[in-house]
Design a protein around this ligand. Structure first.
Ligand SMILES: [Zn+2]
Ligand SMILES: [Zn+2]
Length: 323
């Protein structure tokens, strides 16, 4: 073996060892609880609405994922469920749609009375603040454009992500999701105005939260407009190619044909999905069909309801109404 080849071999080994260690030492979340705060189905004293929000507790740190549709629904549900966001610093807004940002400013204003750092940092993906046009014409549909200076005036800060990022050990944001498969998981004919002109709004800013656990990935989506198969593929490419231990949130398949659902389930099966909480725009019949197609049972696949939880180690605590 020439000196050159020996050097190349040693260099290869030196590079391979840290990589192998890095994979083994990859931080994974040990304690995880996700509570649904906004969706259409509600029980007892909680309120339902067309929207989505969830509280994510990972290794003692809380993140608010989306804020519901109406100004006060998430706030009221937090009270009923005896939860608080006063100690939550970070908010994730999955995309610009009204049914995910409705409670945003009211929650910030209420929480900052107790602690000015509460809900003071908000994560969005690139494209989130782009102007949107549709029906009625000539009106700015993206309410976040007006809310941005209002939030910043309270001391809040937006972080716009161009790509995937690890927020805390084992907790990731996907950033904008590559559209590998031509899923069209959105409704309407909204247009987006970008630097390169006006075009159909494909919700380029749609992003998901991914938690890396010992049992696999837990993925939280708002509407899943990027396509649930694209989201799962991106999460597995960016974080690690593990099974999907749980998929929680809206995946905007409520109008999907049975053919689309069959294709979606087949693709999801390749990744392996152990639990599904189909909330918000997933659709009730879609949840039922996906349960069947994915071979899940009623303890592992339910229609999302306000107050419902998913806990690492314990799975889904479905409220009576959602079982
Ligand atoms: Zn939505
Ligand atoms: Zn949406």
């Amino acid at each position: 073996m020439t000196t050159h080849k020996v050097k190349a071999l040693l260099l290869g080994l030196a590079m391979a060892i840290p990589c192998a260690l890095a994979a083994a030492d990859r931080p994974s979340v040990r304690a995880l609880k996700i509570t649904v705060l906004s969706t259409m189905l509600a029980d007892g004293d909680e309120l339902g609405e067309w929207g989505f929000a969830a509280l994510v507790e990972a290794d003692g740190k809380k993140i608010l994922f989306d804020t519901g549709a109406k100004t006060d629904v998430v706030q009221k549900n937090l009270g009923t469920l005896e939860l608080s966001v006063a100690e939550v610093t970070d908010v994730v807004l999955s995309h610009w749609h009204w049914d995910h940002i409705g409670g945003f400013m009211a929650l910030r204003r209420e929480a900052m009375k107790k602690d000015p750092t509460a809900l003071a940092r908000t994560h969005v993906a690139a494209g989130f603040f782009d102007p949107r046009r549709g029906t009625p014409p000539g009106i700015e549909l993206n309410r976040m454009i007006a809310l941005r200076p209002e939030y910043e005036a309270t001391g809040g800060k937006f972080i716009v992500h161009e790509r995937a990022v690890e927020l805390q050990p084992g907790v990731w944001l996907t950033g904008p999701v590559p559209r590998k498969h031509p899923e069209r998981n959105w409704s309407g004919d909204t247009r987006v105005i970008t630097a390169s002109g006006e075009r159909e709004d494909t919700l380029a800013d749609d992003m998901a939260l991914v938690i890396d656990t010992r049992d696999g990935l837990v993925i939280v989506t708002g509407c899943g407009h990027a396509g649930v198969v694209n989201i799962v593929a991106h999460a597995r490419a960016v974080v690690r190619p593990a099974r999907v231990h749980a998929l929680i949130g809206g995946v905007h398949l409520f109008r999907a044909s049975y053919e689309t659902l069959k294709w979606t389930a087949a693709k999801l099966s390749e990744a392996g999905v152990d639990h599904l909480i189909g909330a918000h725009c997933t659709g009730i019949e879609t949840v039922w069909r996906l349960r069947d197609l994915l071979g899940l049972d009623r303890t592992r696949c339910v229609v999302g309801a306000v107050g419902q939880t998913f806990e690492l180690g314990n799975g889904i605590d479905a409220r009576t109404i959602a079982k």
